[in-house]
Design a binder for this molecule. Structure first.
Ligand code: NCD
Length: 324
């Protein structure tokens, strides 16, 4: 992954051009986004604005989604913009006829002012950004990255814990295939004095590329296998789903991985009082709903709501000059 390609960085006027990978953000640009996101909470309370009136956002989704697509669409509409959309693009778009991603992007860019892309291939958003005359937002590229999720995750930690520097966080579950944890690691590496615990079944450990990146950026991390012990020490537990769709016919591996790390009453009991549980959702069986949902430390629904404000902020910054 290169942070040096200008197409993926902030433009020369301090304007955000595309959102393709988490490495393109630094503390300053995150702070800018979060300031706008806070304003967006007010905008939503006052029933929206007309800031993006007559602008059109296209959502092009080749993989399933509820939260990401609807929160982007709601974000655009709450800012007065319009939406055109293809879900199941793999089946229902011209991809089914063999059209390349690049051609689809060139066409859709003629119909819209910004494209939100979810694709099954790692690196798809980068390819799209290389040919697109309009901003591309990566809404998840296979097992690659999910930068807007990571931004809303950092926003949530800041709001819930009050700081990022000095926190300890456990990432739990499918760390090999989960794109949210990968993007989150890139963003966390901008902060100081962190301690990350990776708690995952052996078949889905965090990749060496991310571990190498954290090491180069001086972030302390360790792999652990006792969730209860880790849970008693951290400020944030970031639970994830075992990504069934990435296992192909490795059913045995999947069965081995699922159900190994579950957040239940036992974990709640040892967690610190101020700590929070996050999850990008959807959850399958890795959080026992009955025990956990009513605990004030369960932050995952608040986290999902924050996605709306952060995505509104990104759309405003991508589409309106000088708001970064
Ligand atoms: C995540 C994703 O799509 O990567 N979902 C989301 O966008 N909130 C997590 C997942 O699918 O497990």
């Amino acid at each position: 992954m290169s942070g040096s390609n200008k197409a993926y960085e902030k433009g020369s006027m301090g304007r955000l051009k595309h959102v393709v990978e988490a490495q393109q953000f630094d503390r300053e640009s995150m702070a800018d986004i979060f300031t706008v996101a806070c304003e967006m909470e007010q905008v939503v309370q006052h029933y929206g604005s007309n800031l993006l009136n007559r602008r059109v956002m296209a959502t092009l989704f080749y993989e399933p989604s509820t939260r990401t697509r609807l929160s982007f669409e709601s974000a655009m509409k709450r800012l007065g913009g319009d939406v055109v959309t293809t879900e199941s693009a793999q089946e229902f778009s011209s991809a089914a006829k063999g059209e390349t991603l690049e051609d689809t992007i060139r066409i859709v860019a003629g119909y819209s002012d910004v494209i939100v892309l979810r694709h099954f291939e790692s690196g798809a958003s980068k390819r799209a950004a290389a040919v697109s005359p309009v901003p591309i937002i990566n809404a998840g590229d296979g097992p690659g990255q999910h930068p807007t999720q990571a931004l809303l995750d950092i926003y949530t930690i800041e709001r819930e814990i009050g700081r990022l520097d000095g926190i300890s966080i456990a990432m739990v579950g499918d760390l090999a295939n989960g794109r949210t944890v990968r993007s989150l690691c890139y963003l966390l590496s901008k902060f100081e004095d962190l301690h990350i615990y990776f708690v995952s079944p052996p078949v889905v450990r965090m990749g060496d590329d991310i571990k190498g990146y954290l090491t180069r950026h001086g972030i302390r991390f360790e792999e652990a296998d006792d969730l209860t012990e880790v849970a008693s020490k951290v400020d944030v537990i970031y639970q994830t789903r075992i990504q069934r769709e990435r296992f192909g016919d490795r059913i045995r591996d999947y069965e081995e991985a699922r159900g190994l790390y579950i957040i239940d009453a036992g974990v709640l009991k040892v967690m610190r009082e101020h700590a929070i549980i996050m999850h990008p959702l959807p959850r399958v069986d890795e959080i026992v709903a009955r025990d956990v949902d009513s605990d004030p430390r369960a932050a995952y629904f608040r986290q999902a709501h924050n996605g709306l404000y952060v995505r509104m902020a990104l759309l405003r910054m991508l589409l309106i000059e000088g708001t970064a």
